[in-house]
Design a binder for this molecule. Structure first.
Ligand code: SF4
Ligand code: FES
Length: 258
């Protein structure tokens, strides 16, 4: 596919190049450099896009061709590493999974891009993830097994494996936790992602640490803070039924039957 640079010279163009429509789009990005800025501010960049471009491509265009100081996290570019969660047109998404054409309903429209909410902004679109990972570590997201080392692998039926299949898909992107109003207002709340990762082991038939995890989540900042707003489920790029997982942990706590 051939892409011509002339497309960037017009305010808004639709141009056919080898059958591909190219247009320019304005990205309005919340910028903050703690070394020079007292407050965050918005800057707008005009970038050329083709129908197949994802937002991450366009952020790369800004950084590569317009302003090299723009700072954001990314790694895999394929929705697996979870490093590029950001607030896109007011909704948490992974920049590498969002097609620009899906964000634009009419010519000349802007796309707004901000860091995810509820975590301290370090620079531009990068937040400090440590509070998020501290909550994750607190729920002991690993298999706990007591007694002697087994002499063979721990077997599990397909039905038992299916019990927690959904929550194994988490990539720790924080899109859910940082879309939760309870988390915004109370940074102490464990948040949906930590509960999802607790769920993954609480319902694992091979695990013996469920009681410990349930006690941790029974805390004042634990699972009972959830107000079932479903923001987390809507935000999850892996399609995990986050609210349902939280409800299952609540039920397990009520009935202590896992
Ligand atoms: S549950 Fe979904 S949104 Fe939340 S951290 Fe895991 S992958 Fe991201
Ligand atoms: S860059 Fe890895 S999930 Fe988007």
């Amino acid at each position: 596919m051939e892409i011509t640079r002339e497309a960037t010279d017009e305010e808004l163009v639709e141009k056919t190049v080898s059958g591909t429509v190219i247009r320019t789009v304005n990205l309005k990005i919340r910028r903050y450099n703690p070394e020079v800025d007292e407050e965050p501010h918005w800057e707008t960049y005009e970038v050329p896009v083709t129908p197949g471009d994802r937002l991450l491509n366009s952020l790369g265009h800004v950084k590569g061709y317009i302003d090299g100081t723009l700072t954001f996290r990314r790694s895999c570019a394929h929705g697996i590493c979870g490093s590029d969660a950001m607030r896109i047109n007011g909704v948490n998404r992974l920049a590498c999974k969002v097609l620009l054409k899906d964000l634009l309903t009419r010519d000349g429209e802007e796309v707004t891009i901000e860091p995810i909410k509820g975590l301290p902004v370090l620079k531009d679109l990068i937040v400090d993830m440590e509070p998020f990972f501290a909550a994750y570590r607190a729920v002991k997201p690993f298999l706990i097994a007591y007694g002697n080392e087994p002499t063979k692998e721990r077997l599990q039926s397909a039905e038992d494996r299916a019990r927690f299949d959904d929550t194994t898909k988490c990539i720790l992107c924080a899109a859910c936790t940082s879309s939760c109003p309870v988390f915004w207002n109370d940074g102490e709340y464990f948040g949906p992602a930590a509960i999802v990762n607790a769920h993954r082991f609480i319902f694992d038939s091979r695990d013996q640490g469920s009681e410990e995890r349930l006690e941790i989540l029974n805390d004042a900042e634990g699972v009972w803070r959830c107000r079932t707003t479903f923001n987390c489920t809507d935000a999850c790029p892996r399609g995990i039924e986050v609210t349902k997982a939280i409800q299952e942990v609540k039920r397990a706590l009520l009935f202590r039957r896992v």
